[in-house]
Design a protein around this ligand. Structure first.
Ligand SMILES: [Zn+2]
Length: 94
């Protein structure tokens, strides 16, 4: 992310715009940061997005903390043998 993109994030006033309940096309890396995390009770700024088939594949803005939790839940559900290792690597990359 360059300096202009960082400035734009602040100009757009993150967290004041509501995300669409219909958007299936992924937001850009910059665009997703305009929103709060979709998880109820979480007011963090979104930096990732998730779509869920049973939710109509709508793009839902997600903050880093919730994204990591979701990743861990999915890895555990799928019974990966190296959940902690994968999550630690993912945290370092983000
Ligand atoms: Zn969150």
């Amino acid at each position: 992310m360059n300096v202009i993109q960082l400035l734009m994030i602040h100009i757009v006033e993150p967290m004041t715009i509501k995300p669409s309940d219909k958007r299936k096309k992924p937001y850009t890396q910059l665009g997703i940061r305009r929103f709060k995390c979709f998880r109820k009770g979480c007011n963090n700024q979104a930096i990732h997005q998730w779509s869920i088939c049973s939710d109509g594949n709508v793009q839902r803005p997600i903050c880093l903390e919730c994204d990591i939790i979701l990743n861990k839940i999915v890895l555990q559900f799928m019974e990966f043998d190296n959940v902690d290792e994968l999550i630690e690597r993912y945290i370092k990359e983000n």
